[in-house]
Each structure stands twice: as C-alpha cells, then as structure tokens.
Write a protein that binds this ligand. Sequence first.
Ligand SMILES: Cc1cc2nc3c(=O)[nH]c(=O)nc-3n(C[C@H](O)[C@H](O)[C@H](O)COP(=O)(O)O)c2cc1C
Length: 315
Amino acid sequence: MVRVNTLPMRLLALHYGADVVYSEEIVAKALAASERVENAELGTTDWLTDNGKGGQKVRLRIAAARESKQLVLQLGAGDAVNALAAAQHVADRVAAVDLNMGCPMAFSTSCGMGAALLRTPDVACDILQTLRRNLSVPITCKIRLLPSVAETVELARRLEACGVTAVAVHCREVHHRQYEPALWSEMVPIVDTLNIPVVANGDCFAYEDFAAIREATGAHSVMTARGALWNASIFRPEGLADLEGEVLPRYASLCAEWGDYPNNTKHVMIDMRAAGKKGRVRGPWGGDRDAWHQREQPQDAPCAAPSTDPVCDRE
Ligand SMILES: Cc1cc2nc3c(=O)[nH]c(=O)nc-3n(C[C@H](O)[C@H](O)[C@H](O)COP(=O)(O)O)c2cc1C
C-alpha cells in the first residue's frame, strides 16, 4: 500500500504473523535512478531520490536482517528497461519482485503503469519476461479482474506463460470502488486454470477470512490490504490486539526507531484510527456480483481512494 507499507508497517505486520509483506508500489524509473546507500546507524539499506528541494528523500528503506526473506518489492513500471534497472538495484535485498498491474490512479496509468498494463498485456509480458531472464529471485504480478471471467483467465494464462511464480488477483475490476464487494467467486476459474499459486485479494478483514477466502476461491494464499492497515494484528490467530492500547503505540515506536517521516507516520495513524471508527464493511453479498447488485441498502463508501504522492516518472 502506497505510503502505508514503509518499513515500520511491514515490521508490524511481520510481528503479528504475516508470512509475506510487500513494499509500497515504487515507480521503477525513480528507483532505478536512486542512490543506494548502507545506513550504518540504522543497519538498513536505503534508496535515496531527489526531494525536489535540493535534498534527498528515502524512497525505499529495507532492514535486510529483519524482513528480506519475507519481503516482496512491488514495482510500478511501464517498460522493461526501467523495471529491470530498478529490480537489479534491489534484488539482493528482497525475496521476490512483483509488478503492479492493478493501480487505477492517474499517476500510474498515465505513465503506462499499474492498471494500464491490463490493456497492454504485450508490454506486461515483456517486463515480466525481462525480469525473469535477468534475475534469480521469483517474479510475480498483481492484477485486477477484467470485465469477463474469460478475459481474466486468458490474461492470467499469458502471465503464467511468462514464467511468473505466482499471480495475485484483486477481485475487483478497475472501475470498482473499494466498498463494492470483492468478487471471490471469479477467482475460482483462474485458480482452476493456472498451475502456479494464485493469491486472492479483496475484503479480508478478520483472521477467519483468510481461511474463508481460501475455501471460497481455492486460492493458494490470501492478501489483505485495508484489513492490515486498520489493524495489523489481523494476522494473529488469537484475534485482534487493541488498536489504541497496543497496535498504534507499537507502530509509532517502530516509526521512531526506523526513522519514518513524521508526516507519513501521522498520515498512516490517522487512516488506522479513522478506519476503526468506520468499522469493517462486508455485507452478506460478499464475493458475489449478482447479490451485490440486488442488495437492498446501498452502502456508504468506507474507504477513500488511496492517497498517494502523485509521482509520474514520465519526462
Ligand atoms: C491506501 C492504499 C494504498 C494502496 N496501495 C497499493 C499499492 O501500492 N500496490 C498495490 O498493488 N495495491 C495497492 N492498494 C490496493 C490494495 O493492495 C488492495 O488490492 C485493495 O485495497 C483490495 O484489498 P483489500 O480489500 O484487502 O483492501 C492500496 C490500497 C489502499 C487502501
């Protein structure tokens, strides 16, 4: 998650039992041009980019000893050259590299990245095959549903043929809002068709949902985004830890320990708190397109579009 999945949030999720954590989506061109430095004080590797004010900002910070074996670098890329340069800059510090093919935000799609790749599968395949040929770490990608099941299955097949190790599917189409249900049932034909692990994403808001979504979809594993943002202890089998009393203070302390930017820390903490007030939202229509359209009570939007720094790497 952009802004959210910096080092402190990743360590928080690992502390509570996440098996795998992703970096936020990082624009490949910016990452490729960044300066890589070993931060002796923190024991981290940092990738620094121009902050536009004559200084530098940390674009990516990895604490290799604490997270590398479980960390996926997620790239926003619209071409293979930048994707490869960025990935090669970081690959020895991560367990896998993922290509974001689902981000609907203009900063991403206007540069041919994110969800734009759903419409340009040749470009996506070129990026994935280039990464596969040149890197020894596993390559994965994250897509969204296309308008029909057949189209999604066909795309997933093409991606598998590129040699990716796994495909994550956000069970919504690009135009769907976060408060519309994740269409778990549409995962089933994808899982049935592919021979590689498929990761189901969408509307996992409680520990029990991990098993329920696997059961409903047949997916190999389940990814949660907002569930972890709202309370990162979602990964604990024993249930959620108290947000105010435990999770927020632990997050704040990790942010201080690992030098997160205060503005970022504040932004994420506000989101964590706000979501607690809105509550988890998933009606009994969860996972079924028809049931959603037949619902009686329209739901209020529980989650605004992800706020991102609009970073376009187009010159
Ligand atoms: C604040 C925010 C930031 C996000 N940033 C990213 C991102 O960087 N990369 C990505 O693949 N998806 C991103 N997403 C989408 C989520 O990964 C996920 O696909 C979506 O929220 C559905 O999952 P959920 O129902 O578990 O929240 C973001 C979502 C939110 C709410």
